[in-house]
Design a protein around this ligand. Structure first.
Ligand code: HEC
Ligand code: HEC
Length: 249
């Protein structure tokens, strides 16, 4: 719990990133009463809130966002465009060439995250030559259709709690966003459970070294040691969660 407060309080930048992600408008005190305008980070720093309260805060902020209408998208059209994607994402053993790591599993991944990732590849804020080529020419409606299509596979949830990560100290900071609270957060933190371990490792290393940036994750990965990354990714990868969609679909 101390680690979380330390991360949240590491400076204006991480606080700002978190706020810009969640547009946190109102504070809640420990009894859940509203204190509009009370800033999120000082609340944590000042009163040293336990992790659970932080999770509740994030959950509360997410409730408002789940109400925001999501573009519909047409799953049938998405399946047509998505067929070519399965040439890589539909093959369980498929690897990125260099550095070598598994192509991420997309089955069950949260729709808002998939759409967010595709837009980031398209506008260049997330850099990856293959995916820039694959996603670079997709229109907004293509992206929404792909989101609708992937959602049909069923959304996997990260039913990860503070109790279930007991023993992996560094993972307690992740639960508030990637655990149950993450289900409703927009842009939704991706489901980590069930993802290939080598892919998760590369993602965390990239956040840590800054080559995958512009997101709240840079702040959370910054303090992780190699041992933390090994333990956390092993934990998530060995749980049920996202999966490789069948090529037939
Ligand atoms: C030639 C192989 C290949 C093809 C074809 C391909 N991808 Fe990818 N995709 C990758 C690789 C490799 C990554 C990991 C890139 C990275 O590390 O950022 C990736 C990452 C992604 C991600 C991010 C997943 C995450 O967990 O962050 C999404 C979403 C995605 N691809 C969607 C698609 C869609 C939609 C298509 C079809 C339009 C597609 N991909 C076609 C190889 C491919
Ligand atoms: C404040 C919310 C928040 C917290 C806390 C958080 N994350 Fe994230 N995480 C996100 C968001 C949002 C993204 C998507 C960012 C992007 O598009 O690159 C993400 C992305 C990721 C990814 C990339 C997954 C993929 O499919 O590409 C990994 C791995 C990850 N987080 C691991 C962690 C770990 C490990 C921790 C704890 C040390 C953690 N996160 C804490 C919000 C959070």
């Amino acid at each position: 719990m101390l680690a979380v407060c330390r991360i949240y309080g590491t400076g204006a930048r991480s606080a700002l990133e978190i706020e810009s992600i969640y547009h946190y408008h109102s504070g809640l005190n420990s009894t859940g009463r509203h204190h509009p305008g009370e800033p999120f980070v000082p609340l944590c720093k000042k009163e040293n809130r336990p992790m659970k309260v932080i999770a509740i805060l994030l959950l509360a902020s997410s409730v408002a966002f789940t109400q925001a209408a999501q573009a519909e998208g047409n799953a049938a059209d998405g399946a047509v465009i998505g067929y070519s994607c399965l040439g890589c994402h539909g093959i369980e053993s498929y690897h990125n060439a260099y550095p070598s790591y598994h192509v991420p599993r997309l089955g069950g991944q949260k729709r808002a995250y998939v759409e967010h990732a595709l837009r980031a590849y398209r506008d260049g804020s997330r850099k990856h030559p293959t995916m820039a080529a694959q996603g670079g020419s997709l229109s907004d409606s293509d992206i929404e259709n792909i989101g609708a299509w992937l959602e049909q596979f069923g959304t996997a949830t990260d039913a990860v709690t503070i109790e279930s990560v007991a023993g992996i100290d560094a993972a307690t900071a992740c639960v508030a966003c990637h655990g149950e609270a993450g289900i409703g957060v927009v842009p939704q933190p991706p489901t980590l459970s069930g993802q290939h371990q080598d892919y998760l490792k590369v993602a965390l290393q990239q956040y840590r070294e800054g080559s995958r940036s512009g997101t709240v994750m840079s702040a959370f990965a910054a303090t992780l040691t190699d041992e933390d990354i090994e333990a956390i990714t092993h934990y998530y990868a060995s749980r049920p969660g996202v999966f490789t969609p069948a090529t037939k679909n």
